[in-house]
Design a protein. Structure first.
Lengths: 115, 113
């Protein structure tokens, strides 16, 4: 049973460019969340997708957008990259059913470096 | 959103039991308490989750008092490989259509030989 997978593992971009990160959830999971983790800090919630719609959003600008496909996989897009966007981007999946539960399964992350 | 407070760091020695306490005074009725472990440059890994009293699995125990305003993660006989950051979270079920998962700064556990 494959866990959460993310691609690419590493990425180097230049300021002002755009980037797309991809995530495939764990088998049987229908909800995908994205997080940004700067060095030495805890993961910061970006947004969550369920039934192909954004359901919750953290305190991130509109430059951060996403999409969920019918097979539950998801993409995170970041436009007009800034140096401060350099971070580990984590994708997590869960089954929506359990109300109040924080149990999620995380992928290995994509390390984005903006120069 | 329920906020959690936990110690910034802890040191221990191999073979000792480690207890990490988390405060969550504003926990909601439907919220669960969940702990994650994270190694450098990896995604967090689910350790244990509970609602009340005590939960035990093969790697840890979680103690939750009756008022649920705090919880304690107990790691029995830690080894060097348990050196990691441990996050305490509470599930925010109060937003319809989904909920956010809020990570704090976590507790950096350093296990020494």
């Amino acid at each position: 049973d494959a866990g959460v997978t993310q691609s690419p593992t590493h990425l180097i971009k230049t300021r002002g460019q755009q980037v797309t990160l991809r995530c495939s959830p764990k088998s049987g999971h229908d909800t995908v969340s994205w997080y940004q983790q700067a060095l030495g800090q805890g993961p910061q919630f970006i947004f969550q997708y369920y039934e192909e719609e954004e359901r919750q959003r953290g305190n991130f600008p509109d430059r951060f957008s996403g999409h969920q496909f019918p097979n539950y996989s998801s993409e995170l897009n970041v436009n007009a990259l800034l140096l401060g966007d350099s971070a580990l981007y984590l994708c997590a999946s869960k089954v929506k059913a359990l109300a109040g539960s924080s149990e999620q399964y995380f992928g290995p992350g994509t390390r984005l470096t903006v120069t | 959103l329920a906020k959690t407070t936990q110690p910034i760091s802890m040191d221990s020695y191999e073979g000792q039991e480690v207890n990490i306490t988390c405060s969550h005074n504003n926990i909601a009725t439907n919220d669960y308490i969940t702990w994650y472990q994270q190694f450098p440059s990896q995604g967090p890994r689910f350790i244990i989750q509970g609602y009340k009293t005590k939960v035990t699995n093969e790697v840890a125990s979680l103690f939750i008092p009756a008022d649920r305003k705090s919880s304690t993660l107990s790691l029995p006989r830690v080894s060097l490989s348990d050196t990691a950051v441990y996050y305490c979270l509470v599930g925010d079920s109060r937003n319809t259509g989904g909920f956010k998962t809020i990570f704090g700064a976590g507790t950096r556990l350093f296990v020494k030989a």
